[in-house]
Design a binder for this molecule. Sequence first.
Ligand SMILES: CC(C)(COP(=O)(O)OP(=O)(O)OC[C@H]1O[C@@H](n2cnc3c(N)ncnc32)[C@H](O)[C@@H]1OP(=O)(O)O)[C@@H](O)C(=O)NCCC(=O)NCCS
Length: 395
Amino acid sequence: MQSKEKKEKEAHKFWNTQPVPQNESDVQEDGVIEHKEVSDIKQEPYKLPSDFEWYLVDINNEKDRTDVYTLLSQNYVEDSDAVFRFDYSPEFLQWALQPPGWKQDWHLGVRVASNKKIVAFISGIPANLSVHESKLHLVEINFLCVHKKLRSKRLAPVLIKEITRRVNLTGIFQAVYTAGVNLPTPISICRYFHRPLNPKKLCEVGFSQLPHNTTMASHIKKYKLDVSFLNLQPMQEGDVSQVTALLNEFLSQFEFHQVFSEEEVRHMMLPIKDVVFSYVAKDENDNVTDFTAFYSLPSSIARNPKHTHIHAAYLFYYAPKGLGKDQTRSRHLMNDTLILAKQANFDVVNCLGLSHNQQFLDELKFGKGDGYLHYYLYNYRCKTIQPEQMGLVML
Ligand SMILES: CC(C)(COP(=O)(O)OP(=O)(O)OC[C@H]1O[C@@H](n2cnc3c(N)ncnc32)[C@H](O)[C@@H]1OP(=O)(O)O)[C@@H](O)C(=O)NCCC(=O)NCCS
């Protein structure tokens, strides 16, 4: 074996045993890696280290919801300096974990057996994806978290194997997941972009820096938003069917994208206070012409005397009139999205450099972030997807 390949093998003791491509040269064409049947899947859960037990979280139960929220708010994803940490709200988790077809069996916690404290979590939700020419019914895996005091004890692989087993028992053998870290083997790598709405606060908390030779006054002025172009109104129940059609048509331009049913759009896209914000523009016949949505994902700030959180809006899905062929329309839609996020008191709008986002990032003054999001498929080979061909946004 070549020494570089050998090193890669040794570097991923767990992922080297899983049905994922070990490197890009493993992917000549798309397709399932391991063919399995439900009858091949073992009935018994994987063993946890003694002192721990599996626990199915009831996300509709206030205590369980608070316990998962507490685990994530104290132990979930941080920036490299451990200053900013994602602070998904309990209401957000309740929404995110229960799209149509959700299963409590896939809201998997680990508790300390003696005091019942939840110390690890992983979740799956069902979804339909279109990947190149194929349709995949799979799960989206999200919210993998191990308590800081239990890190590096190989608990994450047990969580991943156990949720895989539970999903496999329902006849689903593929998953999609994202991570900041590089694992074997990303199908796409998308950069984060940030559009300041409250530039002064972002400087105060160290999220951004005041550029050299710039005064705060001119920095603030740079990010002012005044002109709006479309008469965006909050999306309502009556818009679900038209938004579904418009969004699916927009997404179908990309090599990799989610395919939404009306029920999924109803659940995922209708506004929920402080969780998800969505808007439509309509023509004179009351037909939906444009759609845009963002979700609220604050980050807590460690050790700051003045501010406890950055209130970030994450660009979720959108579909402009003309499906992005009219770039000016796309920019107008996004400009108005920024104005609505500002009115809702967000400090920043974050997004990934995927799908058609390049059409507006520079013009609307999004800055390049340090972070990259890696997309992965489990048990499915997929030729590399360029960011501008990526049409899946996860929470
Ligand atoms: C991600 C996390 C659960 C991993 O747990 P850990 O205690 O650090 O690592 P463990 O010893 O249990 O397991 C290590 C294995 O998990 C893999 N792993 C680490 N992060 C991973 C991720 N985000 N997704 C999938 N696998 C991951 C490692 O690559 C390693 O496998 P390898 O030897 O094949 O490379 C933990 O670091 C954590 O909770 N971090 C903060 C939240 C977070 O980043 N969650 C993931 C969001 S995508």
